[in-house]
Design a protein around this ligand. Structure first.
Ligand SMILES: Cc1cc2nc3c(=O)[nH]c(=O)nc-3n(C[C@H](O)[C@H](O)[C@H](O)COP(=O)(O)OP(=O)(O)OC[C@H]3O[C@@H](n4cnc5c(N)ncnc54)[C@H](O)[C@@H]3O)c2cc1C
Length: 502
């Protein structure tokens, strides 16, 4: 089987599946080394915003995070060390980009076209990450800007920001980390903010050596800390699902702003006009103070054009800069391989999702795409969850599904369309009352079709329980000897292609 991508998801998949006895496995990674998000995002200030004790694999707690919210390098080192510890190197092929994947109905296999030739795989795990492809702002003239222009995920370390006027476009999760970090070197920082964000303080503290010693010698304490963090994150999640409870959190964010920013006008432009949680909730204790510095200026406007060295705001203002940093996030909702992964009827995932946007059964299986498993797929995450908690639950599901195939001697499994539809109807119904859908903002949770294709509408606990219970009846199966059906599958009604019962 093949796993595409070697970030947290791909490495986790290799570890879990090998442990379950799936030894014929390869991880294909297009970059020259593993790490995903934590390899690519090397911008100053880059760190996780879920506490490290939770933002790590439960089966390999780090013996010693230096801070409560570890920085990029430390997380990347942790991933590399974990991969080494579990021997992932033996199945990892770096520098191999998957270009196209096609389900071969007659062979009951995935055919992969890669930069390293063709591969076949009995099952395909797409671990290509939701936060992978940088979203570039569509600003006329930006390409002709006469100085360096780069995205936070593609930081150009050859550019010295000392004494330069730096423009930052975007005010989301990366911007709140990068602005406080670059202001220390730059002569001036201009932050272009289209929409104000809710920001809570971030309790980012050094972890004392004594505590690390205690954690590494008393795994119970480590587990208790993780459980505590998990519960705290879940409290936020509960409020996001019951927006009437958001008031106190919003009041805390307002107080944070009031304490950090004395200037009334600046405070006004930093105050969001939608409910907290509608967009991803940000945390930082250094962002607001950075904005009060004399050489840092907040421009409450989008950038509508660039002329020479001048950034033209949608409000008509002109600002001169030497370097432009685009902190505009990622093309979330567009799975990197969606346009080139072809299912049993030849259609791509992108074509299958054209009408309503990405959807899957439990964010993992897509009807018409046998033996395909998406990691961190549609409608699994939320504004407060650690992606790793979700991922680990998915890995339990994928390994249970593949073990079922192996035990029954079957070739392939395909989720029943009706099961997928019913699941997604319930998800969409439950999302309606959440702050993600009703909070009065536009966010990456909502796709171009107007559907929320990102969030899980219930608790993470419910997701974990659901994914821990593989239900064979949700799928149809094919046995090795069965001939390939000629007609394309009719996805409008449940089928049991070869009459095989679960
Ligand atoms: C700056 C930043 C901070 C974040 N902080 C948090 C946090 O605090 N908490 C949290 O829960 N989440 C956070 N996230 C989200 C984070 O992306 C996920 O938590 C997690 O790292 C995703 O891991 P992944 O393996 O699924 O994807 P990725 O880490 O994106 O890895 C995907 C891999 O797939 C490879 N790939 C893609 N296409 C192909 C192809 N065609 N062929 C071969 N290889 C391919 C890529 O090169 C990459 O290595 C953050 C994201 C960013 C950008």
């Amino acid at each position: 089987m093949a796993v595409v991508g070697a970030g947290f998801s791909g490495i986790g998949a290799a570890i879990r599946l090998r442990r379950e006895g799936f030894r014929d496995l390869l991880v294909l990674e297009k970059a020259s080394q593993l790490g995903g998000t934590w390899r690519d995002n090397t911008y100053p200030g880059c760190a996780c915003d879920v506490p490290s004790s939770l933002y790590s694999y439960s089966f390999t707690p780090s013996p010693g995070w230096s801070r409560t919210f570890a920085g990029q390098r430390e997380i990347h080192d942790y991933l590399r060390a974990t991969a080494d510890r579990y021997g992932v190197g033996a199945v990892l092929r770096c520098g191999v980009a998957v270009l196209r994947a096609r389900w071969d109905r007659s062979a009951g296999r995935w055919l992969l076209e890669t930069t390293d030739g063709e591969y076949t795989a009995t099952a395909l795990v797409l671990a290509t990450g939701p936060w992978h492809e940088p979203r570039r702002p569509d600003v006329p003239g930006l390409e002709e800007f006469p100085g360096p222009v780069f995205h936070t995920a593609e930081w150009d370390h050859s550019v010295d920001l000392a004494g330069r006027r730096v423009a930052v476009i975007g005010s989301g999760a990366s911007a709140v980390q990068v602005v406080p970090a670059v202001q220390a070197r730059a002569a001036a920082v201009h932050l272009f903010q289209r929409t104000a964000q809710w920001v809570l303080p971030k309790p980012d503290l050094p972890v004392p050596a004594a505590l690390n010693w205690c954690l590494s010698h008393a795994p119970g304490v480590q587990r208790a800390m993780r459980a505590g963090q998990y519960s705290l994150q879940e409290c936020f999640g509960y409020a996001f699902r019951h927006p009437r409870l958001i008031g106190p959190v919003q009041a805390a964010a307002r107080a944070h702003l009031r304490l950090a920013v004395r200037d009334k006008e600046l405070r006004r432009t930093l105050t969001p006009h939608y409910r907290l949680g509608c967009k991803r909730l940000l945390t930082s204790s250094t962002f607001y103070p950075a904005l009060t510095l004399p050489h840092v200026r907040l421009h409450p406007t989008a950038v509508s054009a660039v002329r020479g060295r001048h950034l033209i705001g949608a409000d008509g203002t002109e600002t001169e800069a030497d370097v432009v940093i685009t902190a505009t996030g990622f093309r979330i909702g567009e799975l990197p391989l969606a346009r080139s992964t072809h299912g049993s009827d030849g259609r791509t995932l992108h074509e299958t999702w054209a009408k309503d946007g990405p959807e899957a059964y439990l964010g993992t299986s897509v009807s018409g795409f046998p033996n395909l498993f998406l990691l961190l797929g549609p409608n699994l995450l939320g504004g407060s969850t650690s992606a790793i908690s979700v991922l680990e639950a998915q890995l339990a599901y994928v390994s249970a599904a593949l073990s079922h195939l192996r035990r029954r001697g079957l070739t392939s499994m395909d989720v029943r369309p009706a099961v997928q539809d019913e699941h997604n109807a319930a998800v969409q119904e439950a999302l309606r009352s959440t702050v993600y859908n009703s909070g009065g903002c536009s966010s990456y949770y909502i796709g171009p079709t107007g559907r929320n294709t990102f969030c899980w509408p219930w608790s993470t606990g419910r997701l974990v329980r659901r994914l821990n219970r593989f239900d064979p009846a949700a799928y149809t199966y094919r046995a090795p000897s069965a001939p390939a059906p000629r007609a394309p599958a009719d996805h409008s009604r449940p089928t049991d292609e070869e009459g095989i019962t679960p």
